[in-house]
Design a protein around this ligand. Structure first.
Ligand SMILES: Nc1nc(Cl)c2cnn(Cc3ccc(Br)cc3F)c2n1
Length: 504
């Protein structure tokens, strides 16, 4: 036991007051630690069920660590059998037990992993939390241990049996009711690793039901690295496609994964599978559906269907802010290690991290689609026919000219330079401009016939100047909003002619 616990002197003791009592030592949490743990246990999470995700994540990390140590040549029976997470439910005792054969905890770690919070400037963190700041408090709550405390959202008592795999370690039993006091004592016949028994509150007894637990695992932990068994039956199985090398993944695997993430029965029209580690760690698989968007999908408020993961663990299954609104037709998974694992819904809303993620994804999606418009003009044109409305919305809703022009690279229009139904992009129009032409011209008309017979068009035709045709009122608004592209003015032929006439 660290010195300060033995000789209880107010100056030295950094952590807990120690009171002797018959069944071993009872510790008190320091005030800050207790405040933070109360926040974690009461308000940090939007849904209580995430405690299962947190405990599984800690168990999985502990197994990963043990696997890593084994690779380092430390003596360890790293047979696959022990590398499982065993979950058992008992409806009669109202308990949920999660056991792992990971590295386990020493007595110090059992105490430290919760106590470190007090030392890592929790006052500032608590203030930030209480002010609801959108900051990224990755330092503390992403850390090992605090997620554990979410168990007290549903448990009136939690027992932790743990034995470290360090040679010569003995097993301990840590127990607490989550109200600031805990006991810790040596315990015999503890397996190496950690076993956590949650004695559920009466109001949370649903988590002693096997089907409920399996449902929560399927929702958040389908892709966790270690096999998870619930009452002896495997409960997670799906391969995290996004972590695989893009070249290794077959079209069939994408079809199956697409159906899983989009809970629909069609296939992906386009698949964007990529990873980057700068400016942020990001692995993602994004799909554009074969099917046309439904009226509901068009709806501004329609929830995106991109799920946000952190290290294979689901954080949010309809992460609205991860992709920009105009890309809400994308479906798939975004996984970033830079997201603190157990951030709640509220904290994720508009954090700087999410904004960075969104920008990276938007730029990559634009580049991907622009490539498609050049390499697969036919399928891109079909895509634009079905989804162009979203892209035009993107131009109208974006705040910066640079971003507007980036998105504008994706729009297709009919043009006087190509036969009817063939379309061009703005960059292609510019590629055909003659040296003396300064502006990009467009003409709004209800149809091609009317456009070509318009007097405005006649004069430009004579001067052999290319004119873009737009038949929807919406398109005209897009051009008026866009104003410039690639430092060329976008000019309506009508206005141009009127000014000339006025000028004459
Ligand atoms: N499963 C597992 N395995 C390992 Cl190695 C660790 C390390 N920290 N934690 C979180 C934690 C921290 C303090 C207490 Br008390 C309990 C608890 F689960 C772990 N959980």
């Amino acid at each position: 036991i660290p010195a300060c616990h033995r000789f209880h002197t107010s100056v030295q003791c950094c952590q807990e007051a120690v009171k002797e009592n018959d069944e071993g030592k009872t510790y008190e949490f320091q005030a800050e630690t207790r405040m933070l743990l109360d926040i974690v246990a009461k308000s940090l999470y939007s849904e209580k069920e995430v405690f299962i995700r947190e405990l599984i994540s800690n168990a999985s990390d502990a197994i990963e660590k043990a696997r890593y140590l084994a690779l380092q040549g430390k003596p360890l029976d790293s047979t696959e059998a022990t590398m499982k997470i065993h979950i058992t439910t008992d409806k009669y005792d109202k308990t949920l037990t999660i056991q792992d054969s990971g590295t386990g905890m020493t007595k110090e770690e059992l105490v430290e992993n919760l106590g470190t919070i007090a030392r890592s400037g929790s006052k500032a963190f608590i203030k930030q939390l209480q002010e609801g700041g959108g900051g990224d408090p990755q330092n503390i709550i992403g850390q090992f241990g605090v997620g554990f405390y979410s168990a007290f959202m549903v448990a009136e008592k939690v027992e932790v049996y743990s034995k470290s795999r360090l040679p010569g370690s003995v097993g301990y039993c840590w127990s607490s009711d989550g109200c600031g006091r805990y006991t810790i004592e040596e315990s015999t016949d503890v397996e190496p690793g950690t076993k956590i028994i949650c004695h559920l509150k009466l109001s949370c007894r649903e988590f002693a039901d096997e089907q409920t637990v399996k449902g929560v695992i399927r929702k958040y932990s389908s892709f966790v690295g270690s096999p998870i068994e619930v009452n002896g039956e495997q409960a997670n199985s799906i391969q995290p496609l996004w972590l695989m090398d893009p070249k290794e993944v077959s079209a069939e695997q994408h079809d199956e994964f697409y159906r899983y993430v989009s809970s629909s029965y069609d296939k992906p029209r386009f698949t964007l599978h990529y990873r980057t580690d700068a400016p942020i760690d990001l692995r993602c698989v994004l799909y554009i559906p074969e099917g046309k968007p439904g009226l509901f999908d068009l709806h501004q408020g329609a929830q995106g269907s991109v799920a946000l993961y952190c290290r294979r663990v689901l954080i949010m299954n309809k992460a609205e802010n991860v992709v920009p609104k105009w890309l809400r037709f994308l479906k798939g998974v975004v996984d970033s290690e830079d997201i603190p694992l157990n951030l709640s819904r509220e904290l994720l809303q508009d954090s700087a991290l999410i904004r960075k993620l969104r920008t990276v994804i938007q730029n990559r999606a634009i580049r991907f689609l622009y490539d498609k418009s050049r390499k697969e003009a036919e399928s891109y044109s079909k895509f634009f026919g079905d989804y162009g409305i979203f892209i035009k919305e993107g131009i109208l809703s974006s705040q910066e000219q640079v971003e507007k022009e980036e998105i504008a690279k994706l729009i297709l229009y009919e043009t006087s330079a190509l036969p009817p139904t063939q379309k061009t992009t703005l960059p292609e129009y510019i590629g055909r401009m003659t040296a003396d032409q300064r502006d990009i011209y467009y003409l709004a008309a209800p149809s091609r016939e009317l456009a070509e017979s318009s007097p405005y068009y006649e004069s430009l035709k004579k001067r052999n100047v290319e004119v873009l045709f737009c038949y929807e009122p919406y398109d005209e608004v897009v051009f008026m909003q866009l104003r410039d592209f690639n430092s060329k003015k976008i000019v309506s032929v009508e206005k141009e002619m009127r000014e000339d006439k006025d000028a004459v």
